[in-house]
Design a protein around this ligand. Structure first.
Ligand code: F0G
Length: 481
């Protein structure tokens, strides 16, 4: 809940209390430098024990509620027909209004099955923006991703409240150009992860649906952050102020033909699913579930986690749950803006995103500014962020570099895990780094995997800048921090 203090400042007050904690340590800067060197300047290669505040992702890292933990103790582990699955199916029907559920082990497994069943070579898939694993699966099936956002979406210093909208004119143009036969579906992502967690509006979704219906093209939604998108509609869209998050979720999903999600995010558990009211779609995907995931009633998810998903999906309709990350992100972004640190605005749904092109204007994209920034943030703070820029794009078929639209270092906020003092600490270290940004240099690959290279790639700092940055930091804060 956002509360206004008597001095006028608004702060996010956590609507939960902490019952279980995990100890964390802040390693001295020399040890952090060693850890990032050993990790090939890639924050994915750091060990959890070397990290102070882990803002790599909100995927599978959210804190569970007491009710979720309690539910895990009563899971039914029957291979086929387990009671746990029917609890999940009933939560999906109650919250999302969808009858047919296919559980998968995580979001990308859902993408894999959807790509396998719906996409044929030569197809194009219009969408508000891609996600890394989505693009990989759709392209592996022979499809091409077409991003049809409005130009404003790439403006990181914006006041547009719905940068996740599809540009309707571009959608019409794409359908005219490629014809319906080449478009298996239009994909809408609920808060566009790689654009900075930016939501779409209900108004935009309704217009997209009308166009899809007129051309008989299914509308697919990546509902991984549906509760956050619904929270933003409530807070930002005229006419929705008095609607509940539960009502907005139902209305949103009601406009789609099929959805999938990673349950590692807004249901605070570990799994995924595909759901629809279209029996034909369901029947087409169903035979492949036991081939790639697991039997129809568990789909590769542990039974305990499926219980937690069923509870988490119901809990995400509570505004204090749906709003908990967006409210912390808002606070985080506002503190950064105060200090003139270039971050994506308006605040989005899952993270504070630092704009590396503006933060490190001296680095060309060929030297991976977002990757360099993520490594530098770790060296000066022990905070782990994630590169979301050119390293997160793979090379094209001719081996040429594909420069990302945006170069972002993403500081994700796992739900109910960190407090305001953690955020204040991160802002302080970002501020110091911004004032010493000239010490940060570029990176080059020394080991580069062919697909989703950002996961395992190893890089090297040009001119050994990591050492100089650590030295400057030590001069100011001492060797202990
Ligand atoms: N779609 C979206 C919008 C996502 O954010 C993710 C994962 C996936 C699909 C894939 O789901 O990880 O369960 O297989 N996002 C994570 C992140 C990895 O860090 O943003 P998954």
């Amino acid at each position: 809940m956002i509360v206004r203090l008597s001095n006028g400042r608004e702060i996010p007050v956590e609507m939960h209390k902490i019952k279980i904690v995990q100890k964390i340590d802040l390693l001295p800067v020399d040890q952090r430098l060693k850890a990032i060197e050993e990790g090939g300047y890639n924050t994915f290669s750091l060990k959890s024990r070397d990290i102070f505040i882990d803002m790599l992702t909100d995927s599978g890292t959210n804190a569970m509620s007491d009710n979720q933990l309690g539910a895990m103790m009563v899971s039914d582990n029957a291979y086929a027909g387990c009671e746990t699955f029917y609890k999940l199916a009933s939560a999906i029907e109650d919250v999302l209004g969808l009858k047919y559920v296919l559980p998968t082990h995580q979001g990308r497994a859902s993408e894999h099955l959807i790509a396998k069943v719906f996409i044929k070579p030569g197809d194009v898939i219009p969408m508000n923006y891609h996600f890394t694993t989505t693009r990989a699966h759709f392209e592996l099936a022979g499809g091409k991703v077409l991003e049809i956002y409005a130009d404003e979406a790439l403006n990181t210093q914006s006041t547009n409240l719905f940068k996740g909208n599809i540009d309707l004119q571009k959608l019409n143009d794409v359908i005219e150009k490629y014809s319906r036969d080449k478009i298996p579906f239009v994909r809408m992502e609920a808060t566009t992860n790689l654009l900075g967690g930016q939501p779409f509006s209900m108004e935009n979704l309704k217009r997209v649906k009308e166009i899809c219906t007129a051309h008989k093209i299914p509308l697919l939604m990546d509902a991984t952050l549906i509760s956050e998108n619904s929270y933003f509609i409530k807070m930002r869209e005229r006419g929705y102020e008095n609607r509940t998050v539960a009502e907005i979720i139902k209305e949103t999903i009601g406009l789609t033909d099929i959805i999938y999600m990673s349950a590692r995010k807004n249901s605070s558990a570990r799994g995924g699913l595909i759901a629809t009211n279209n029996k034909e779609f369901y029947e087409r995907i169903k035979p492949w579930l036991p081939v790639y995931e697991g039997f129809l009633t568990y789909g590769g998810i542990s039974f305990e986690q499926m219980e937690a998903m069923a509870v988490g999906i119901r809990e995400m309709t509570d505004i204090s749950v749906a709003g908990s990350v967006p409210e912390q992100v808002k606070y985080f972004v506002e503190r950064c803006v105060e200090k003139k640190i270039p971050v994506v605005t308006p605040p989005g749904g899952l993270a504070c995103h630092v704009d590396a092109k503006l933060f490190l204007p001296h680095l060309p994209q060929s030297q991976y500014p977002a990757g360099a920034l993520a490594a530098a943030i770790y060296i000066v703070s022990g905070v782990r962020s994630m590169e979301r820029g050119t390293i997160s794009m793979d090379r094209d078929q001719d081996g040429k570099e594909v420069y990302s639209d945006l170069e972002l270092a993403r500081l994700a906020i796992p739900r109910r895990v960190y407090t305001m003092s953690h955020i204040e600490f991160v802002v302080d270290r970002l501020d110091w780094l911004y004032n010493h940004r000239n010490l940060v240099g570029g990176l080059k690959f020394v080991e580069e995997p062919p697909v989703l290279r950002f996961f395992f790639g190893r890089l090297e700092p040009l001119d050994n800048w990591g050492v100089k940055l650590a030295e400057a930091f030590k001069k100011e804060f001492g060797a202990k921090y």
